[in-house]
Design a protein around this ligand. Structure first.
Ligand SMILES: *[C@@H]1O[C@H](CO)[C@@H](O)[C@H](O)[C@H]1NC(C)=O
Ligand SMILES: *[C@@H]1O[C@H](CO)[C@@H](O)[C@H](O)[C@H]1NC(C)=O
Length: 328
């Protein structure tokens, strides 16, 4: 007894154990339906108090969510424009989120990641669990895992990877609390992700981040993620990478692995009008306007559908575990 209370060795062990546990990505269990299927909708780049067709997209999303009886919603970030939330009391939380996505079918958990615009405000406000008291749907963390058994979703905080926010911040200020020192933050994140992916036995491995890896939209590819994140996804047989950032809907197949790059960034302002024609490798679908995406997962099939602001189907694809893709 005396040894336990006084030994520095014991104290060291205790501290190391606590550290290694808390350093891993937090895991949230969200079981699939009883028949082992899962359905959800994905939206990105949205919070503009209903403007730029945000409300129209929300209305159609509610209809599709009802039809599919969704289990949850994924937000790919840039949740509040232009500069995130100013604090936990910011009215934008309700004006851009609670009041807009008010359909009954959307009263499910929302798993949110942060986008670069979210980092321009009080980043800790969006991460504060107190927001869950204002709207119980809200779950936002930097990097975390949602385990549905049939699929595992790995949410990754991509903004800190992008050099220009650090070296050429122009007139924008970023709230890097919790991120610095940056190198350590990124290497730890990649290490934790790699470990979690290696340990995953889920049928589908799906990674979600704000920034693009492959895109032909306004921002295009994110070179830092191509160099640092993509090799880990490829090494671990990730099936899909889902992102926002480019305000469009798109599907690009990797030409070097089975990964499908799915962009759902059409939650509000869109129509940038630029397409980067330099690298059209693997491009299957591109829509430069507002809309959202749905996903229906079964053990051996994933059906992904893109919709416009009228709820019209723009594109549909099936991914099967045999690696064949059939697109419309
Ligand atoms: C809203 O959507 C319609 C139909 O896609 C589009 O023509 C219009 O430009 C959009 N409005 C804005 C402000 O983006
Ligand atoms: C995808 O699979 C479903 C059945 O699960 C089928 O109804 C649909 O036509 C398929 N779509 C494409 C584009 O192959």
């Amino acid at each position: 007894m005396a040894w336990f209370s006084t030994s520095p060795l014991w104290l060291t062990c205790f501290c190391l154990c606590v550290l290694s546990v808390s350093a891993q990505l937090q895991r949230i269990e969200h079981p699939a339906k009883a028949d082992a299927t899962l359905s959800l909708v994905v939206i990105g780049d949205w919070g503009r108090k209903g403007k730029y067709n945000q409300s129209e997209v929300a209305l159609q999303m509610g209809r599709v969510a009802e039809k599919l009886n969704i289990d949850f919603v994924i937000s790919t970030g840039d949740n509040f424009y232009d500069d995130g939330l100013i604090g936990i009391g910011d009215a934008a939380f309700e004006d851009s989120f609670s009041r807009i996505y008010n359909a009954k079918s959307l009263q499910k958990t929302w798993y949110n990641v942060l986008g670069n615009h979210d980092y321009r405000g009080d980043v800790l406000a969006q991460l504060n669990p107190i927001l869950g008291k204002i709207d119980k749907r809200w779950i936002c963390q930097r990097s975390f895992i949602v385990d549905t058994e049939i699929a595992e979703f790995f949410f990754v905080d991509t903004t800190p990877f992008v050099d220009k926010y650090f070296y050429k911040p122009k007139h924008h200020k970023y709230d890097w609390r919790g991120v610095l020192p940056r190198k350590k933050y990124l290497s730890k994140l990649l290490e934790d992700l790699d470990l979690a992916l290696k340990g995953s036995t889920a049928n589908w491995k799906i990674v979600v981040g704000h920034h693009t890896i492959r895109s032909i939209g306004h921002h295009g590819d994110t070179i830092e993620l191509k160099m640092q994140l993509l090799p880990i996804l490829e090494a671990n047989n990730v099936d899909m990478y889902i992102n926002g950032h480019d305000h469009c809907l798109e599907h690009i197949s990797s030409t070097t692995s089975q990964i499908q790059f799915l962009t759902s960034g059409g939650g509000s302002k869109a129509w940038k009008g630029d397409i980067n024609k330099n690298n059209l490798d693997g491009v299957k679908f591109y829509y430069d306007g507002q809309g959202f995406m749905s996903m229906e997962l079964e053990k051996s099939n994933a059906k992904i559908v893109y919709y416009d602001i009228f709820g019209q189907v723009l594109n549909e694809l099936n991914l099967s575990k045999g690696l064949q893709i059939s697109a419309m």
